[in-house]
Design a protein around this ligand. Structure first.
Ligand code: KIV
Length: 258
């Protein structure tokens, strides 16, 4: 059964995971509430140091793959850097995502300054997920990935941003890299579900990048990530075994030949 917003709104806790292809989307589909086709794609799979290089064409291609694999999860696609600088661009590009994929919603980064954009998309029948706090598309201009909500000014700005995004019509709000008490206050101050990443325990839901939580990205582990699998080690030992089998003549065997 397809998970609609009305289904999601009834859940006490929501689960979101990223996926970028049909294979993994299919594996996650029945288990998870929401799949995010994040622009983290270009970090996880292109090996870039930030998300800024992701293009609309790439996001559409990967969203189509995810939609082919996932039939029940609610699917959210990131609008990549530079595709929603003006609200007119945002509408044009979000319409492309809706027309060329089966994504249920688009996600864009920004608070009060993006309220008019969120409203325009919402008024034109496009569901929008907001994203406030640490916004990866700002990592270059801000000189890194900085946790937000550490002082009163930052906290008040986040609370105002959350309200503005909600009032503009966003259906959900991702809160990234925010002090736990602030993320909790935001969650209590809005009616839409909040999905946290590095935002503590009190958001409505949690999101993690799949290659981080399954241990395929091995270079470093951010504090907020819990690894549920040592995927990198498992894959490497399986590939080593394959190489050994080929070199020693054990593969292919009797049962693997025509
Ligand atoms: O691109 C992404 O994966 C994201 C998550 C970190 C929320 O935006």
């Amino acid at each position: 059964m397809k998970k609609t917003l009305s289904y999601l709104y009834k859940q006490e806790k929501l689960t979101m995971i990223t996926a970028y292809d049909a294979l993994f989307a299919k594996l996650f589909d029945d288990i998870i509430d929401i799949i995010l086709v994040g622009d983290s794609l270009n970090m996880s799979f292109l090996g870039e140091s930030d998300t800024l290089s992701a293009t609309l064409d790439q996001m559409i291609y990967h969203t189509r793959a995810v939609c082919n694999g996932a039939k029940s999860a609610y699917i959210v696609t990131d609008m990549p850097f530079g595709t929603y600088n003006t609200k007119e661009d945002a509408l044009k590009n979000a319409i492309r995502i809706y027309k060329e994929t089966k994504a249920d919603a688009v996600k864009l980064e920004g608070g009060a300054e993006k309220a008019e954009t969120i409203k325009l998309l919402t008024d034109n029948a496009i569901a929008v997920v907001g994203h406030i706090g640490l916004m990866p598309q700002f990592s270059r201009s801000e000189g890194g990935y900085k946790v937000k909500g550490k002082d009163e000014v930052s906290k008040q700005k986040l609370l105002e941003d959350a309200k503005a995004v909600e009032e503009a019509g966003a259906v959900m709000l991702v809160i990234e890299g925010v002090k736990e008490d602030v993320a909790r206050e935001i969650t209590n101050s809005v009616k839409i579900p909040t999905i946290g990443i590095g935002a503590g325990r009190y958001t409505t839901g949690q999101v993690l990048v799949w290659s981080d939580m399954l241990g395929f990205f091995e270079e470093f582990k951010p504090k907020f990530v819990r690894r549920y699998l040592e995927g990198g080690s498992i894959v490497k030992s399986a590939v080593r075994k394959y190489v050994d089998d080929v070199k020693s003549g054990k593969f292919p065997g009797e049962e693997e030949i025509y």
